[in-house]
Design a protein around this ligand. Structure first.
Ligand code: KIV
Length: 297
C-alpha cells in the first residue's frame, strides 16, 4: 500500500489535526482517475449517479447492480483515495441479512472500502451488524435524498428546535453505533457547527456551511456538467459542460466542412503496396471475391 493511500484511520485523524477533508463523487474510471490524481481524500460512488449518469428524476431508481457496476469502474481508476460505495434505496432498510449481503458486494465486487447509509437512529442496529461483518460505515443525515417523498422535495432540514434535536440525537447514536464519519446534507451552518463540535468523528458537509470537518460535492454539479438543478450551496468550479459542447461543435463543423481528418490524422501505406491494391481493385470481380470469402467461413 502506497504511503499516499487514504485510509479510514487517516481520515479520522484529520479531524484531530484540524486538516480539512476534501471529497468528491465519481462514477466511472476516467473521472475517478482524474479526481484521484488531484489528491482528493475520498471518493463517494454516490447514488446521485441515478440522476447525473442515468438521467433518473431522483436517486430512488438506481439498483444495487447498477451501483456495483459503477463502483467497479471507479476502483479501477483509483490508487490513493478512500472509496465509499453508497447503499441505494431498498438495499438496506428492508431486511438485515440482505443489507449485509448488499453492503458486502460493494466491498467484494465493487472494490469499495466502506459503504454509506442514509438515516438516523433507526439504522444503528444495522450499522452495528455491518461493522461486526467487517464492513465500515459512513452515516448521512439532514436532507437524505432517499426520503424526498417524506420531506416533500429537496428541502433544507433541521430548521426548527424539534428537527434540530432529532438530527443531534441521530448523529450521537450513529457515532455510538460505530460510523467513522457522517455526511451532513443541507442543514443550517449553525447546526452543522454544533454537530461538528459535539462529535469525535469527522463531519462531511454538503450544503452545511464552512464549519464541517470536510466537504463533498457531486462532481458533475461542481464541474458544471449537470446544470438542471442548482441548490444554493452549489458553486460551479468549472464550466465543463460548455467546454464539452464547444469541442463537440468544433468536431461537427470540421467533419461537415471536410477539415477533419487531414492526412496528419490518417494512416499511410507504402507506395508500391498501394499500387498492388489499386490494381487488384481495378481488375478483380469484387462481388465474386466477397461471396467466395463467405463460403470459406
Ligand atoms: O449520492 C451522493 O452523491 C451523496 C452526496 C450528495 C453526499 O450522497
Amino acid at each position: 500500500m502506497s504511503l499516499r493511500k487514504m485510509t479510514i484511520k487517516k481520515l479520522m485523524e484529520k479531524k484531530k489535526l484540524k486538516e480539512k477533508i476534501v471529497a468528491l463523487t465519481a462514477y466511472d474510471y476516467s473521472m475517478a482517475k482524474l479526481v484521484d490524481e488531484c489528491g482528493i481524500d475520498f471518493i463517494l460512488v454516490g447514488d446521485s449517479l441515478s440522476m447525473v449518469m442515468l438521467g433518473n428524476e431522483n436517486t430512488l431508481a438506481v439498483t444495487v447492480d447498477e451501483m456495483i457496476h459503477h463502483t467497479k469502474a471507479v476502483s479501477r481508476g483509483v490508487s490513493n483515495a478512500l472509496i465509499v460505495g453508497d447503499m441505494p434505496f431498498l438495499s438496506y432498510k428492508v431486511d438485515m441479512k440482505d443489507a449485509i449481503y448488499n453492503a458486502g458486494r460493494f466491498i467484494q465486487e465493487g472494490g469499495a472500502e466502506a459503504v454509506k447509509v442514509e438515516g438516523g437512529s433507526e439504522v444503528c442496529p444495522l450499522i452495528k451488524k455491518l461493522i461486526r461483518a467487517d464492513i465500515q460505515v459512513m452515516g448521512h443525515v439532514g436532507l437524505t435524498p432517499q426520503a424526498i417523498y417524506e420531506f416533500g422535495g429537496f428541502m433544507v432540514q433541521g430548521k426548527t428546535i424539534n428537527a434540530a434535536k432529532q438530527i443531534i440525537t441521530d448523529v450521537l447514536n450513529l457515532q455510538k453505533a460505530g460510523v467513522f464519519s457522517i455526511v451532513l446534507e443541507s442543514i443550517p451552518w449553525q447546526l452543522a457547527r454544533i454537530i461538528t463540535d459535539l462529535l469525535d468523528i469527522p463531519t462531511i458537509g454538503i450544503g452545511a456551511g464552512p464549519y464541517c470537518d470536510g466537504q463533498i460535492l457531486v462532481l458533475h454539479d461542481m464541474l458544471g456538467i449537470f446544470t438542471e438543478f442548482k441548490p444554493k450551496f452549489l458553486k460551479y468550479f468549472g464550466n465543463i459542460g460548455a467546454a464539452i459542447k464547444e469541442a463537440i461543435n468544433g468536431y461537427k463543423q470540421e467533419v461537415k466542412g471536410e477539415k477533419y481528418p487531414t492526412q496528419e490524422y490518417s494512416y499511410d501505406i507504402q507506395e508500391d503496396e498501394f499500387k498492388k491494391i489499386q490494381e487488384w481493385v481495378d481488375s478483380a470481380d469484387l462481388e465474386k471475391e466477397a461471396d467466395q470469402a463467405m463460403k470459406e467461413l
